[in-house]
Structure formats: structure tokens, C-alpha cells
Design a protein around this ligand. Structure first.
Ligand code: NI
Length: 139
């Protein structure tokens, strides 16, 4: 086992009310114990920080669009061919009008945000969300 993965116990001073809220939170989320929940919160915080800086991140963009809108399918295709950061995509024909697309991109956070903005800003794209994560080096 790498030394970095060794578990360390440490004491934590926390307000009673905040701890109660935290316990409710981690039970609701289905964590087995406080430690596991706290570790995840710390990791999320660190990932978010990485996201704000201009480090390499992974972005998963999920969006729904109306494929009847003129030229939208072509525009989406153009965007995806244009940006080398886009590494994969999945297309699902949801119903007779709508498609769901999941696009995965890897690159600098500012570039991923720009790509997501380009796609979500196209006329006919109804709703979308960008989920970001990291290659998790050092987490
Ligand atoms: Ni489709």
C-alpha cells in the first residue's frame, strides 16, 4: 500500500447543530459512516478547486435537443469535429422529437467550459448540464 493511501485518524471540533445536519446528510446519501462521507466531501472540494484553476479536467456534457430544428444536427456535428478535446459521445433517440447526447471532453477547464457553452447555446438545445471531474491524480 502506498504511504499516501494510509488512513490517518484526526480529531475534529464541530458545532453540535452542524454535526446533526451532517449526520442527516450522510444518512440520506447512503454513506455507511461519517468518515466515508467526509472523505467524499473533501474530495469534491478539491476537485472543484481544480476545476476553477486551469488544470486538466474531464467534462461530461449531457443535453437534450429537438432534432427537427433546421441544421442543428449538422451544427452539433461540426462542433464535435472542431474541438480536439472531445473524446467520445453517445447519442440516444429519446422519442420521435428528441435526442439525448452525452459528450465527454478532456482538456483545460476553460476550454471545456467554452465547448459546453457553444453546444448549450445552439438553438434547439433544450436543456443541458455539464458535470466535471478530474483524472483524480493524487486524490
Ligand atoms: Ni436521435
Amino acid at each position: 500500500m502506498r504511504d499516501e493511501n494510509q488512513l490517518i485518524r484526526f480529531g475534529l471540533a464541530i458545532e453540535k447543530g452542524l454535526l446533526k445536519k451532517f449526520d442527516d446528510y450522510h444518512k440520506r446519501k447512503g454513506y455507511k459512516n461519517r468518515s466515508e462521507a467526509l472523505r467524499d466531501l473533501i474530495r469534491n472540494g478539491l476537485v472543484e478547486q481544480e476545476w476553477r484553476g486551469n488544470k486538466e479536467v474531464i467534462g461530461v456534457l449531457c443535453f437534450i435537443y429537438d432534432h427537427h430544428i433546421r441544421e442543428l444536427t449538422e451544427k452539433l456535428n461540426d462542433v464535435q469535429h472542431h474541438f480536439k478535446q472531445i473524446i467520445s459521445s453517445m447519442h440516444i433517440h429519446l422519442d420521435k422529437d428528441h435526442c439525448l447526447e452525452v459528450v465527454v471532453a478532456k482538456g483545460l477547464s476553460r476550454d471545456i467550459e467554452r465547448i459546453a457553452g457553444r453546444i448549450l447555446g445552439l438553438k434547439g438545445v433544450k436543456h443541458g448540464r455539464l458535470l466535471t471531474t478530474t483524472a483524480a491524480k493524487g486524490l
